[in-house]
Ligand binder design. Sequence first.
Ligand code: SAH
Length: 395
Amino acid sequence: MLSIRLKKAADSFIKRKHPWIFSGAIEKVEGNPSNGDTVQIFTSNKTLVGCGSFSPSSQIRVRVLSFDPVEKVDYDFFRRKISLAQSLREKIIDTSKTNTYRIINAESDGLPGLIVDRYSDFLVCQFLSVGAEFNKETIIGILDDIFKPVGIFERSDVEVRTKEGLQPTQGLIKGIAPDDLIEVLENEFKFLVDIKGGHKTGFYLDQRDNRALVSEFSKGKNVLNCFSYTGGFSVYALASGAEKVTQIESSSSALEIANNNTELNGLNIYNLENINDDVFKVLRKFRDERRTFDMIILDPPKFAESASQIQQAGRGYKDINLLAIKLLNPGGILFTFSCSGHISQELFQKIIAGAALDSEREVKIIKQLTQSSDHPVSLNFPEGLYLKGLICLAN
Ligand code: SAH
């Protein structure tokens, strides 16, 4: 029998149903399990409490699949989990208006290391842990059967795979390969997405609910969208009556797609100004030119990749937020985000408070933001909450 026994100090973690068991929490491994094998989990006093996937090269040695001692991890197990995840999405997504969303959000949907996103008729998967990789064939078969996609594409071309002893990889897994750009619908807006080579699985689906909020504030505004990628926020702003949107993005190919997305939604491309440059540099240039805006969106990439980078990331967030607050007209609105899991909501708010203080403006939070509802966070797995944001009003 393949199994692990916990150290006494680790018994409480399993009671709290946290899905990660670190190598240091394990007293004994039995049966010589290899990559991805399902092992039974025993507490220090040898009570069977569940099972999980074994990952010999990762610090996260076991990812728990079930906290039920009698539950079997087989085809039916994965089918139940995937169906449960889908039934949540059916409750929260109006698929006549949105045909792109996250179907499976890894640990928070009870399937550690597995991401599945829907892009219209295609599914895009990431297998981020050895356990997910080990069960790939079963998972793909079920996804194919339930969703009947035209194609299933893998985007496991991410560094975290190396921590699990897996090589980054990508490619078509099943069905027909997608075109270079496919059209999807988000809140009735059309977007072109490169699922083969775009960021993440192609589009920042986690910002959908926040994009809808941008619409509410955009009418008649002169908007600056920093780190715009393919213009998600810009399309919503223009469609909701923004006078002008200026977007800054370091990827020229993303900006090209942003132009296409603008036209695809019947919006006037002349109201969109593209700046293909570094946000840190352009914000300083605008400051020197005394250029101002009514609304600014700051949605930077992850500044803190690890806990050791928190301080440095904090300086980066403070820098762009201070510059942005100063560029706002009185009564201006700031949408500011951090997708660094290592920066808590509390710390992020402190950083913005520091920026507000230095700006000598009076800044209020009018709404706290998080990732879209198709990226749920299991209460046993707070690490699942990574996207934080604030809507601020600056007088
Ligand atoms: N707001 C976007 C997602 C932004 S992701 C959306 O809703 O789709 C962050 C983006 O910032 C990426 O597209 C990346 O290419 C870009 N980027 C990263 N560093 C940058 C920098 N210093 N200056 C400008 N753009 C940058």
